[in-house]
Design a protein around this ligand. Sequence first.
Ligand SMILES: Cc1cc2nc3c(=O)[nH]c(=O)nc-3n(C[C@H](O)[C@H](O)[C@H](O)COP(=O)(O)OP(=O)(O)OC[C@H]3O[C@@H](n4cnc5c(N)ncnc54)[C@H](O)[C@@H]3O)c2cc1C
Ligand SMILES: *[C@@H]1O[C@H](CO)[C@@H](O)[C@H](O)[C@H]1NC(C)=O
Ligand SMILES: *[C@@H]1O[C@H](CO)[C@@H](O)[C@H](O)[C@H]1NC(C)=O
Ligand SMILES: *[C@@H]1O[C@H](CO)[C@@H](O)[C@H](O)[C@H]1NC(C)=O
Length: 502
Amino acid sequence: MGINVRLFRASLLIIAWFTYCVAGDLVSDLKAKGIEVVGPGQSSFGSVSAPFNRRFTFQPAAVTFPKKPEEISNIIQIATKYQKHVVARSGGHSYIANGIGGQNGAIIIDVNKHFTHIQVNTQSNTAVIETGNRLGDIALALNSYGRGIGHGTCPYVGIGGHASFGGFGYASRLWGMALDAITSMNVVLANGTIVTASKTNNSELFWGMRGAGPSFGITTSITVKTFPVPPSATVFLYTWDLPAASASNVLDIYQTFSLGKVPLGFGSELLLSKGNKKGRVSVTLQGVWFGSAKTFNGVITPLLGKISQKPQTQQVQSGTYIDSVAFFGDKDGKLNTTGIPDDHSAFYVKSLLTPEGQPMTQSSQRAFMEYLANEGITSRISWFVEVEEWGGPGSIVNAVPLDETAFANRDVLFLIQFYGNTFSDEPPFPQSGFTFVDGMVESILNNNPTDWSYSAYPNYLDDRLQNWQHLYFGQHYDRLQRLKGAVDPGDMFKFPTSIEKK
Ligand SMILES: Cc1cc2nc3c(=O)[nH]c(=O)nc-3n(C[C@H](O)[C@H](O)[C@H](O)COP(=O)(O)OP(=O)(O)OC[C@H]3O[C@@H](n4cnc5c(N)ncnc54)[C@H](O)[C@@H]3O)c2cc1C
Ligand SMILES: *[C@@H]1O[C@H](CO)[C@@H](O)[C@H](O)[C@H]1NC(C)=O
Ligand SMILES: *[C@@H]1O[C@H](CO)[C@@H](O)[C@H](O)[C@H]1NC(C)=O
Ligand SMILES: *[C@@H]1O[C@H](CO)[C@@H](O)[C@H](O)[C@H]1NC(C)=O
């Protein structure tokens, strides 16, 4: 009898051990390590796992809120045991919900909650920015020391994703992209090791992190070099409602202007949207002049003077650097995101980076505007297109040598974003919406040379893009694949557009 009881007890223990180790309970394991976690079934799970883009719904395995890099190592070790993929979430603004995995079953490492420190060093003109910060808060913190870096306009975008794949905004021709400002970063690798990556430490990792970071590790902080903010900044907005032919002419004038000697402190875009009636397009020229207010007319006139139609509305306003960030950042002019819940949308985006050496043909500009003026009136989604001036002689974004970072496109004239969202900002996104956005891009591609060397912007992710490896990562893809094989051979950091190991 004694033996039977002991055998019975032993087998219970074995079953318990087996359940613990193999079937196990992921959430309990995380809690046992002291990690803040929300698992499926908990009441807040829906809200902590909801993506910004509601076109997607993914069910993560757990959402964690670590407080220090060592906890991230622990999460990764537990993920290894349960054979789960791990992704970080910073601002959560990935276009294809990669911040919640881009697929079901990932463990989410939310850095937005606790990795929010910003340390500005006035001696070295650098700043250490933890990766949970959003752009609005970073702009405010740096500006309070009279400093800034290049980055995009939306205050709610997180630096974690933004600086991994680019980070382009009105100041980028002057200061570069967010990723160009990085001098070193702290990273947790797939085996849980915490490393510093810089030009001198883990230099290959440092190269890859700036352009494809989320495939290689979880970044907890970046150190950036900062730039002195200009003493004055002038924001401008001019609007027209134009027939397609005239709109196409404006685009051509803008392209010719952008290819000329535009001062680097001039950041601008053409914003295109639905016209007043069929055959027309609404055109806005907008941006910031980071120079003295007195000199603004001299800078804008060579462009504005070439457009024969008088703008229907115009707004020109001079103020400080941070005023200009707030002006384009938020309708209420607020940059501090603390305590303000993020909103959401349901959208689909495509992008084009046009080659500086091969400007868009006039026939492609014409076909594009005809398409917007006709199909754009009846489309069943709301839409806009941003044609952003990226290059032109001397642009700092293009001046960075191609192989300096993993970012693969440094010979660009325009960054064009084609943005469609549902009228209600809620799903479902209609099939005809995809067709409409596809058609915008096709109208341009079909009317440029077949060897036109366009590419696409990896911060404006398109889940339906064919050949994304080449369009996002260009000639760097091979080198990125080798790095992936070296630092993450088990594909811990896997999501729909992650680098595939060699
Ligand atoms: C409204 C809006 C406006 C935008 N405006 C601009 C703009 O003006 N200019 C521009 O260049 N882009 C712009 N973007 C695009 C934006 O830069 C990208 O979507 C960016 O990747 C979002 O970063 P995130 O941290 O908010 O997103 P997340 O979804 O949190 O992350 C995006 C990706 O980065 C990974 N990631 C996040 N944090 C880390 C980390 N700490 N370590 C490792 N990987 C991490 C995630 O896993 C995911 O793969 C805009 C996006 C939106 C929604
Ligand atoms: C934002 O506001 C919060 C309080 O509302 C404050 O603690 C924080 O310092 C502010 N952030 C910045 C960057 O100004
Ligand atoms: C960086 O590398 C140097 C040697 O090249 C080493 O002395 C130093 O400790 C490293 N720094 C970090 C933060 O890892
Ligand atoms: C973790 O991975 C890195 C990068 O591949 C490697 O250099 C390091 O030796 C690994 N550490 C351990 C403990 O395996």
